[in-house]
Every structure is written in C-alpha cells, then in structure tokens.
Design a protein around this ligand. Structure first.
Ligand code: ANZ
Ligand code: ZN
Length: 856
C-alpha cells in the first residue's frame, strides 16, 4: 500500500472542500448558530507560527461545532491599515496599497495550505473603501449622537519627522526613528466617548464568564474606578483655589505639599514670569506622555512659590510644586502629597525636605514610637494625629472627612476612572480618513452619507516627513456640505483599532454594499461564540470592541450587550535559542543538534551554545517558518504537533523531534486504516451484532471511551488531552486482530471513531481515510458520533466475601465478571487470607454480582 502521500492528499481535499463550499454557513436562520473567530492578522507578508497556532485552535472549534450540528460561521480577513505599510513606502518606494495587497495575496496563499475551514466568501480587508466607508458612516452617526467629539489634547510631537508619535513610539524621550527629543504639543483631536460607558463596561465584566480571569482583571484595572474626593485648597493671597483629586481624603492631616502636572493651567500661568519654571516645564514635556515613562523617571519637582491653605484648617499653609509624576490627564492634574502614606510622595518629600507626618497607625503600633523611614505605610489602620478623625478606621474617616469638607465648602466625594476617552486621530496617510469637513462658518461638519466613502487619494509621495494628505495639492480642498463655501477636509485618519472594533460584525454580512451589516444578520450571528487570540489584546482591542457594540446599539445598528461570549487566549510558540562562540544569534536551520545538550554549526564541527527556549522572534533568530514545515511534513503534521504538545493556553515549545513524532503518528494511523480495510470490513450499514468476543468488546470500550473523553476535552479546550486519547485509541486498534464478522464490525467502528476524532485536528488525513472507508460523505460534513454510555463506564459491582459463613471483606469487580475473576479477587483480599489461616479452600460458591462464599 506504500506510503502516505500528504502533498497529493492535502491538495486534493482542499479542492473538494472548495468546490463543495463545505464551510459556507447555511442561510437558514432557524438553525442553531456558532460563530468562531480568530483575531484577524495584520498583513505583514508571511504567516508565522503564532498565526498557525491561533488559526488551528479556532479551526478545531469550528470543525467540531459543525459536526455537532451547528450552523458555523468561521471567517477570515485582514487588518490592513497601519504604520508598517507606510514605513515600507518610505524605505522601498512602494505604495502602501500595493505593498499591502501583495502581502495579503502571499499570506492568503500560505493560509490556504493549512486546511482551515474558513468561509473565504466573506473575506474582508479593512483598507478597502468598501469596508471603511461603513465605519465613516458610523463615525458621523457617533458625532450626531454626541459619542464623537473634538478637543485639544497633548500629544508626543517629533520635531524632525513633523509628526505625532504614539506613546509606544517614544523611547527614552526620543522619537523611535528620528532619535530627536520628543516635545509635547497641543493639537485638536477627535475622541470617542468611551467614558460614557465606563460603569457599564466595568459592571458587565462580571457577566463574561467564558473569559479568562486574567483578562477580566486587566480590563477592570484599566478602567480603574476609584472612589475618592475632590478637595479645594484655596490659593493664599488670591481668590481662586486649587482642586485636587484624592482617593485618600482620610490622610488630609498628613498633607505636606501640593503638586501639579507640568501642563496644569496654573503652572502655565506662573511660568510666564518664571523662566526657570518654564525650563522645568519643557524638561517635563520632553519626557513623553505615557504613564509607564513617567512611572520610571526620577521624581522631580519645582517650587512655584505659591502657597495654599489647608481645606480643614485655613491657617495651615502648604507649598505648591510643579512635578513630573503628576499626569494632566488623570483626576484634576493636581494632587496633595501625603509622604507618610504614599511612596512617590515620600521620595519627593525627602528630596525637597518636606515634613513627613504619619496619620494612619498600623494595628499594634505605639503611636509615640511609630515612624516612617524609607517606606510609606499604605496599609489599613487607625487614624491619629488628625483632630476630629482620631481613632477612626480608614473607611469611616473617609466618609467623615468628606462630610466635613462638604460643610466647609472645600470639597466633595467623587468617583473617577482611569479610563480616558479614546483619541482616534492619527496624522498618517495609511488609515481611514476622518469623514469631516472644516468650514470657517459651520465648524466641523460630518460628510453626508451620499458623499461616502471619503477615499484616500492614491497619488501621494513619502519623500518628505509628515502626513502626505496635508500636502496633497487638491484632495483636501472641497466645499462645505452645509453652506457651500470653500472648506477643507480633515486630513487625520483613524487609529487602526477603529477598524478592528467592528470587523466581527461585518463578517456577519460581509458583502453588503449598502450597510455595514443588516440588522437581521447581526441579530442572528452575534455575539461571537468563541473568540481566540493573543493576550496582547487583552485590554485595548477587546475594550474598544465592547465599547463599539454599545455605541452601535445606541445608534440603532444592533441590540447587543457584549461582542464576545467566549474568549480564549493562547500561549506563545517558543523555540530554543542558539549562539555562535562569538555571541551571534543563529537560526535553527543552521544548527546540527547532536544529542541532548550539544549542537554544532551545520556541516562543521564548530560548537554552538544552546540557550533557553524563548518566544520565536526575529531578534533571537529562533523562528521556524511554517511554510517549510508544511512543505516537508504537511499541514496536518504541523496542526497535530501544535495541538498535542501543550495545553493551548500555555507556551508551546517547537521541536524538530516533536514534529517528527506527529508525522510518524499520522503515518501509523494511515497504515492502521489501510490494514483494517485489508481485513475486509463489513459494509457500514451492517446492523449491530448481537454479541462480541472479549477482545472486540474491549476494543469497543476503548473506542467509546476515547470518543467520550475527547468530546469533553474539545468542549473545554483541552486539545492536548484529546490528542492523547486519540493516541490511546490508535494503540488499542493496533493490538486488535479480528477473527469473525462481529470482530470486524467492532474493528470498523473503532477505526471510524479514530478518523472522526482526527477530523477537527488533521482534516486532510481524516478526509482521505473517511473516503477510503467507503463513506461517500465528507468527514467535514459528517455528524459527530455519540458514545454509548454503557461502553464508557466500566460498570463495577461490590461482592461480599464470606469465609465459613462470616462476612470478612468487600471487593470490587466488573459487572458480570467471570467466576474465575470473582474468585481470585476474593481470595487475594488480606482479610480473607487472614480468616483462612493459611488453609486451602474446600469449596467456593460464587453468586454472580452478589457474593463469594468460601468454605475452609
Ligand atoms: C493623596 C494621597 C494620600 C493619595 C495617600 C494616595 C495616598 P488611583 O488609586 O490610581 O486612582 N493622583 C491623583 N491624581 C493624579 C495625577 N493626575 N497624577 C498622578 N497622581 C495622581 O490613584 C489616586 C491617587 O493618585 C490619588 O490619591 C493621588 O494621590 C494620586 F496616602 O491623594 B492620593
Ligand atoms: Zn459651512
């Protein structure tokens, strides 16, 4: 029978699936639906192992659900706007559109070889106007609903590239490409009002029961609701006051200074007549705006000379500093510092010689002896050194002080969120144009529906820094849709997270030319039943999508609470790392691995240092190209290894030996099925024989147990365990040799189970074997078999054992165990042996399933 020819077989079945349209869902809306989605790829040019893992996991779910009778939607598309296309345009003088479309074609061809059960008729690419015109419409609807607005905000400005940088593009205060010191600038930007849903987004996290706890926690922390107070410190010698936000109003008696963000209006005002302060402000501006950067930087301040009065005791004055650790975007951009109970404040106070007064006493401490040295005390305790608050617990003190501030008119309780409105403006070419026209008389006017899409112009060049849309000779000049006067288009484009915030809805009705999607389609398909992707999107993408379904529901597009009912985050694909003697990273293809811990440069005797396994990355050179694997072993082997090596949520270590193991297993299965067929299997409609031989019964039990166990494993994403059960079944089949017709009936059943279980995992091989077993259907469209409960549990019974009429022990045996088995189970029990005192039994009576009576 020869060898399994994967190349031929895999290609053959992919063609069959395509002609059969096996993976296009039915239009029948009365069927139960199941929507499986993997996070769609950015078209970087080639697929990597991370993609293979992600899409294989989703594909197992899709194929399994189809077999369980669901109408399955499993689509694929391209997240195709973004900076890399523009960088390629700058570096290689290729147009971003061309670069992107070529990458899509290349990656699609690669994806096709993996045998994924995707409905390609719904393919979308977000950089095409037939996609983004719908989001432009959404945006104008958001504007009209007050969910999109424009405001001035601080951005990172690269003075050499003349462009805004994202926080991630500012490295150590410098532009990632130009290396220039980044400045902060105020620009008018578009925002989406995600904060309008802050409470809802937070509260609904609890309902996301099929999400990993880790992601739910990350979302909770990102939104970060904190209850606290706004407190007003009046400015000494003026009639205005300074408002701060605090979550610890209970520590107000421990205040020793106030600190303001460098771009707080009061600092700007003071800096006008204070060049040193102005210099400090520009130094802070160079730091970049991200919380992370600010967190890491050394805490620095500048004494403005201003003084404020304490809100509980106006005779007590505190100094006012500008400080680099206070963010303008959070709270009020101003804080009161309480060094005894906040670490940053403590470091600041030590540096500038400010008082440190503890006001919260930890349990069991002596108030006279308690002292703060290098570490602030942030825990619970009893308030002291605090006048009317003394003796209270932290929570009681909070409410009491808030009440007092209210009476004095110097503050009030408040709830704040860390969540900010989402700034969506980017000064970039390769993005969706913000559909707005600026008119001198009418202001920012949304582009009317009839004029959508606002398409990107093709004739742009990248030989100067900045946004090509800005310097395009004609594109931005237009007339006001309102009054008809000359006007200019908005030249900003959307953050690319905009496209990925609603693509899952577009897939429900991907070819609808008139609307983003019909109400019918999303009502049927959404929410996504199973979303699969990387943990790196645990916050932004998922949060934005959750916001979008709410905003779209408010605008009448749908009526939905949450976009993703189930979420699974897969682990990374890792590989050993290698270095040459002189420390250079080496690629696995250049390595000759000999034995457990030695490796050499391929074709030489030069030793290579083996490093630990790390996430596959270009910088470590430890990448394995999926295309090579697929060409050498076939897609099924790659898929099987991906699934079998480790639990899907853990990191997976890619090894050559593991791949070879998967390859050998598939060949073994192939031979096993050929052998079974060679043994002369009965026609598949042959009725169930009345009885089976012992070995046939054991084989049937193995087949039904494997089916039952693997089904549960597939339901719970325990794919590696499902693979282990399939291997066990294959072993059981390997030990079996049939001798009569009922044996061959059991043989066929076991082999069919094996093939169907492999269906979601190694679909090509399964399809080939399914056909070889003279099934005229496709395994991809077959119905999942049902395990016979009677064959799944080993039915056990308890036998009472008597010796000379006296009950001596209880033993467990299989129901209907043979007399011989019952007898030996009874005789081997230690109580029974003791009771027999070493004598030979004279007589043993077995009542099946009840009793063993021994007479000595
Ligand atoms: C006084 C105080 C005393 C504070 C104390 C903490 C401990 P979360 O919980 O993250 O909301 N804060 C307020 N606005 C800030 C800003 N714009 N930039 C930097 N820090 C700011 O943090 C709230 C706390 O962070 C607030 O409570 C404030 O310091 C600081 F023993 O006020 B606290
Ligand atoms: Zn106008």
């Amino acid at each position: 029978t020869g060898r399994y020819n994967f190349l031929e077989v895999e290609e053959k079945w992919r063609k069959v699936w395509e002609t059969d349209k096996s993976f296009e869902p039915s239009a029948d809306r009365s069927l139960p639906k199941y929507y499986v989605l993997e996070m769609f790829p950015y078209p970087s040019g080639r697929i990597h192992m991370g993609h293979v893992r992600n899409y294989t996991l989703g594909d197992v779910v899709a194929r399994y659900r189809r077999a369980r009778g669901f109408n399955v939607l499993h689509p694929m598309g391209w997240d195709s706007f973004g900076l890399p296309a523009e960088n390629a345009a700058i570096e290689n003088k290729v147009h971003p559109a061309k670069w992107t479309r070529e990458n899509i074609a290349a990656m699609k061809a690669q994806l096709m070889t993996l045998g994924l059960s995707l409905d390609w008729s719904r393919e979308i690419s977000t950089c095409e106007p037939d996609y983004y015109k719908h989001e432009q419409k959404m945006f104008t609807d958001f504007m009209r609903a007050g969910l999109a607005y424009r405001k001035e905000s601080w951005v990172n400005w690269d003075p050499v590239e003349n462009t805004v940088l994202a926080n991630e593009q500012v490295i150590d205060g410098r532009g990632w490409r130009s290396g220039a010191l980044v400045e902060k600038r105020k620009l008018s930007q578009w925002f989406l009002k995600i904060t309008a849903f802050a409470d809802e987004l937070l509260e609904a996290i609890e309902s996301l029961e099929r999400w990993p706890d880790k992601v739910r926690t990350m979302q909770t922390n990102w939104i970060n609701r904190s209850e606290g107070a706004h407190v007003d410190f009046s400015l000494v010698g003026r009639d205005d006051s300074l408002r701060v936000f605090t979550t610890r109003p209970d520590t107000l008696y421990g205040a020793s200074f106030c600190a303001l963000a460098a771009n707080h209006p009061l600092i700007a005002e003071q800096a006008e007549n204070n060049p040193d302060l102005a210099e400090f402000v520009s130094e802070c501006n160079r730091l970049g705006t991200s919380e992370e950067v600010i967190e890491k930087a050394e805490k620095k301040g500048f004494d403005t000379g201003l003084k404020v009065a304490h809100p509980l005791d106006p005779s007590w004055e505190l100094p006012v500093y500008a400080a680099n650790f206070v963010l303008m975007e959070y709270g009020t951009g101003a804080v009161f510092g309480c060094p005894a109970h906040d670490q940053r404040d403590l470091e600041f106070a030590r540096k500038y010689g400010l008082p440190v007064t503890p006001v919260v006493l930890p349990k069991g401490e002596d108030p006279q002896a308690f002292d703060i040295v290098n570490e602030a005390y942030v825990g619970d305790g009893t308030i002291f050194n605090s006048g009317f608050l003394d003796g209270l617990g932290v929570d009681e003190a909070k409410s009491k002080v808030i009440a007092r501030l209210g009476e004095l008119g110097t503050g009030e309780g408040t709830v704040t969120y860390r969540l900010r409105d989402w700034g969506v403006s980017r000064q970039r070419y390769w993005g969706c144009p913000v559909p707005v026209i600026h008119c001198a008389d009418c202001g920012a006017v949304p582009v009317p529906d009839a004029d959508l899409p606002v398409a990107l112009p093709d004739d742009v060049d990248f030989d100067q820094p900045g946004n090509p849309l800005d310097r395009h000779p004609t594109w931005k000049h237009t007339t006001c849709p309102n009054c008809g006067k000359d006007a200019v288009r908005e030249t900003d484009t959307f953050d690319t997270f905009f496209e990925s915030s609603w693509y899952f809805a577009r897939f429900c009705d991907a070819n609808n030319p008139d609307e983003a999607f019909s109400r019918d389609a999303v009502d049927y398909w959404l929410p996504v039943d199973q979303y699969v992707g990387g943990i790196e999107h645990a916050v932004l993408h998922l949060l934005y999508s959750r916001f979008f379904v709410r905003a779209l529901s408010q605008c009448g597009y749908m009526n939905l609470d949450e976009p993703f009912d189930g979420l699974f985050t897969q682990g990374m694909v890792c590989h050993e790392t290698y270095r040459s003697e002189d420390g250079k990273w080496l690629s696995p293809v250049d390595i000759d691995r000999r034995g457990a811990d030695s490796a050499f440069l391929l074709g030489t005797d030069k030793p290579v240092k083996i490093g630990r396994s790390e996430k596959m990355s270009k910088s470590r050179k430890n990448v394995v190209d999926p295309e090579n694997i697929v060409q050498t072993y076939g897609a099924d082997t790659a898929r099987l290894f991906m699934l079998s090596d480790s639990p899907p949520d853990r990191d997976l270590e890619w090894t050559e030996s593991g791949v070879e193991g998967a390859w050998r297993f598939l060949n073994k299965v192939w031979r096993q099925v050929q052998d079974a067929i060679g043994a002369g299997l009965p026609d598949r409609n042959t009725p169930l024989p009345a009885s089976f031989s012992g070995p046939a019964d054991a084989l049937r039990r193995a087949a039904h147990k494997a089916l039952d166990g693997a089904t549960g494993d597939l339901e719970r994403f325990h794919f590696n365990r499902a693979v282990a059960r399939i291997r066990e079944l294959s072993n059981a089949i390997g030990e079996f040799s049939p001798s009569d017709d009922s044996d061959r009936w059991a043989y066929r059943e076991a082999v069919e189970h094996l093939v169907q279980l492999l269906g979601p995992m190694t679909p090509h091989l399964a399809e080939e074997l399914w056909r070889a077993l003279s099934n005229d259907t496709l395994v991809a469209r077959s119905t999942w078999p049902v395990a016979d409960p009677g064959l799944v549990v080993d039915d056990m019974v308890t036998l009472a054992v008597q010796v000379n009429g006296k009950m001596r022990a209880k033993v467990e045996v299989e129901r209907d165990a043979s007399e011989e088995n019952a007898r030996s189970a009874a005789l081997s029990h230690e109580n029974v042996q003791r009771a027999m005192e070493g004598k030979e039994p004279r007589k043993i009576i077995v009542v099946p399933n009840r009793i063993v009576n021994i007479v000595v």
